[in-house]
Design a binder for this molecule. Structure first.
Ligand code: NOJ
Length: 766
């Protein structure tokens, strides 16, 4: 018999639930029981207690907006708090939950949320990197492990996945999403939700997902953080909305409203968005939380002139929980004065209680507070091994002239660069639960890999991140300072002297982890000056250089591509990234990651995506062509295309055919291709399917991803890959009425190893 910790007043109700053997799966029976339970509970609640359930005040020491003072404990006792976030550890969480359960009138348990974005203490690659694995099992497994660790530490709700499609490398938060493609982004959104929530939230090793930032945040104008967005519905629905919908369809229990406006109205207070679209059209049944102070920011937007007015608008729009603003919790007078509807308060309160019910908190408020789990679960060897494997899959080999990589474990290696020996940077931005002191630096990873081989590893920092100390302070805030007091000349001289002794140079350079993420927009996305100058000097030595490039965004790597023989885009791959970098550099792992954002030649190309819509004045070659869509001073093509990435082996694509050249609108056709590993190492290839709809009412992109498969092949092994094409797969939301359509005409079906290098077969749609 399940144990009910719920307070005396509700003991009978809880017992009823227990006796009926209710498991909190999403069945009709369970829904009915949940309704009865919540009805009875709500019948006991005062207006103030109902409003309290909608309140998510500031708690922990992690803030992403203005820090606030709050007397949380007293508010909890008074029933004015529905949940808390970013509080870490079973002990403090248990204590706070005890206050809610034992010292508030009704003893309603709290929800504990956290930004578990790419792992917990075992940190996985930043989402942008993880997406480059194109490995949906890995994505799901990373979320599952994150849930397992977080729930072992008191957390039952994560503010993830972030599914904002983004075409702009200037935006720092591109690091938190899955890149530029809506199809891939949707598959990742589903995998993340499945990973976090598992088959049932009744399993205490799963947690509730929160899809964010709804909606269109990835479109911030000019890539500037918190800026406005201006998409039209046609493009919004065909691109940006799709991963949110995929996450909802996958069962995400909650949604976070974005900071930006949609149709000129702030998302947090946007009834069309949160009610008509999300609940009405998409059938979402969970709850919506605002982003940090998002509710009160309606006043900054100039659409409301008081906190009360903001709260009324947001509640009316369909917002259920207010993060930090204390707006919804203060609505009692407005309700009593008839300025705000009691029905809406009830609806929001019900959704919050339902979420707690689904998570089993009414059965056992401490079900995520098992003090014995930490030791065996969190940062376990098994989890670390998985994270290391996934980190290896997420890095992208951009260049490898004359098969410089993999390196042999002999001779003298000079490891140089400001990212070579820095622990706090390894996990990447927005790893709230990270314990950097338990992670290795690149230097330590390489040392361990070379131990016992006789190879010598020399190290020099070589430069600071950038010359300007103040700019570096901004780039390394939140405790990741790494400034070296020595002069640039002294540091460079040291680096050159060790480089001269070496057979090969590994340069660990690029962005520090805080240079991407929230409020880290940048217009200069090239190698920071001090590091560029150092590379220039190192290159003059004429020794082979491997650039291990750290970044949380797509960057401009023109000079590096022109002057260095090997470049590994290592992003920020989490707690195990040092070992994973060594695995890839020395060939224990064959790189297989492929870019989910194309790399530009110039920041001025943004916004920029391979999903280029047909224009009336096309430009085929990318170069200058008078009166065609182009730039006069830079190619309009990327430096590295979407879907691109090298391996230590090679793959050949042969025998590409369609089972029919004509497809009825309601029919199906298969696309077949044979992929062969023609090299001498086992490797994984990501086979990509693109379509280009030549004739449609609405203008379509030349190429858009509509399928992919990741396969591992032994040397000499071949495998046939089959994609099934139909209207569901190839359709689009047509202009104005936005219904999913495929029209008669011609569709180019393209298959290849990246978005540029494809083979094409024409399919007629009748
Ligand atoms: C602000 C961020 O936009 C959001 O992604 C995050 O979940 C919240 N802060 C809570 O930390």
């Amino acid at each position: 018999m399940k144990k009910s910790f719920f307070v005396v007043a509700f003991a009978c109700l809880a017992i009823t639930v227990v006796l009926t053997g209710c498991r909190h799966e999403n069945t009709a029976c369970d829904d009915a029981q949940m309704r009865v339970f919540v009805d009875k509970l709500m019948a006991q609640m005062t207006l103030e207690e109902k409003l309290g359930q909608l309140n998510l005040p500031v708690t922990g020491n992690i803030v992403t907006g203005a820090a606030r003072e709050s007397n949380v404990a007293e508010d909890i006792r008074q029933g004015r708090v529905g949940g808390l976030f970013n509080l870490k550890g079973v002990k403090p969480i248990r204590e706070v939950q005890r206050i809610a359960v034992e010292e508030s009138r009704l003893g309603i348990p709290l929800l504990f949320g956290m930004d578990v974005i790419h792992g917990y203490e075992t940190v996985f690659p930043i989402p942008l990197a993880l997406a480059c694995s194109w490995d949906m099992d890995a994505v799901e497994q990373s979320a599952q492990i994150a849930a397992r660790e977080a729930t072992a530490d008191g957390i039952c709700w994560t503010f993830s996945p972030m599914v904002d499609v983004c075409h702009d490398g200037r935006w720092g938060r591109i690091s938190e999403g899955s890149g530029e493609d809506p199809y891939l982004g949707s598959r990742i959104a589903e995998a993340m939700v499945h990973g976090y929530q598992g088959a049932s939230l009744a399993d205490s090793a799963t947690m509730m997902a929160c899809v964010k930032h709804f909606a269109l945040y990835g479109l911030v104008e000019a890539g500037r953080e918190y800026n406005n967005v201006y998409p039209d519905d046609f493009h919004a629905f065909n691109e940006y909305m799709r991963p949110y919908k995929a996450a909802i369809d996958a069962g995400a229990g909650s949604v976070m409203a974005a900071f930006n406006t949609v149709h000129g109205i702030p998302a947090t207070g946007n009834r069309w968005l949160l009610t008509d679209l999300l609940r009405g059209q998409w059938g979402f049944r969970g709850f919506v939380v605002s982003d940090y102070t998002g509710l009160e920011e309606l006043q900054e937007n100039g659409v409301c002139s008081s906190l009360e007015q903001s709260a009324i608008q947001c509640l009316d729009a369909g917002l259920d929980m207010d993060m930090v603003s204390n707006g919804l919790v203060s609505l009692a007078d407005a309700v009593r004065g008839g300025r705000c509807s009691m029905q809406q308060v009830d609806a929001a309160c019900r959704r919050m209680l339902e979420a707690k019910y689904k998570l089993g908190l009414f059965d056992d408020p401490y079900r995520y507070c098992d003090t014995t789990l930490r030791k065996s679960v969190i940062l376990s060897d098994t989890h670390r091994a998985v994270a290391r494997r996934i980190a290896g899959e997420s890095m992208v080999l951009l260049k490898n002239d004359n098969r410089l990589l993999p390196l042999s474990k002999r001779g003298t290696i000079a490891l140089i660069g400001p990212l070579a020996d820095t622990r706090p940077n390894m996990s990447g931005r927005w790893a709230v639960a990270a314990v950097p002191e338990r992670y290795k630096t690149v230097r330590e990873g390489l040392q361990d890999a070379l131990r016992g081989t006789g190879a010598r590893l020399l190290y020099a920092k070589g430069s600071n991140l950038m010359y300007d100390a103040q700019a570096e302070a901004i780039a390394t805030m939140f405790g990741r300072e790494m400034r070296d007091p020595r002069s640039a000349e002294a540091m460079r001289a040291e680096a050159l002297s060790i480089a001269r002794q070496a057979d090969i140079i590994i340069a660990a350079m690029g962005e520090a982890s805080e240079m991407s993420g929230e409020c880290a927009s940048r217009v200069n996305i090239e190698m920071p000056d001090a590091q560029h100058d150092l590379l220039l000097e190192l290159a003059k030595l004429g020794k082979p250089i491997v650039l291990v490039h750290f970044a949380g965004r797509p960057t401009v790597l023109n000079w590096e591509t022109d002057h260095l023989p090997a470049i590994l885009e290592s992003w920020f791959c989490g707690s195990e990234s040092a070992d994973a970098i060594a695995d890839v550099l020395f060939g224990d792992v064959n790189p297989s990651g492929k870019l989910v954002v194309q790399l530009p030649r110039h920041v001025g190309q943004y916004p920029f995506s391979y999903r280029q819509y047909r224009t009336s004045r096309p430009n085929t070659g990318g170069g200058f062509g008078k009166f065609s869509t182009c730039y006069a001073d830079v190619s309009s093509h990327p430096l590295y295309p979407f879907g691109y990435g090298l391996s230590y082996t090679q793959f050949a694509y042969t025998n590409f055919y369609l089972t029919d050249s004509i497809m009825p609108l309601d029919g199906k056709v298969e696309a077949h291709v044979t992929v062969t590993n023609t090299g001498d190492r086992t490797g994984a290839e990501i086979v990509q399917l693109y379509i280009g709809d030549r004739v449609a009412k609405g203008v379509r992109p030349y190429k858009e991803l509509r399928g992919f498969e990741r396969l591992t092949l032994q040397p000499g092994e071949s495998r046939e890959v089959v994609f099934t094409l139909d209207a569901d797969l190839m359709g689009y939301y047509e202009p104005y009425d936005l219904t999913w359509t495929l029209e008669p005409g011609e569709v180019e079906v393209m298959i290849g190893c990246n978005s540029r290098d494809t083979q094409m077969q024409l399919l007629k749609i009748k």
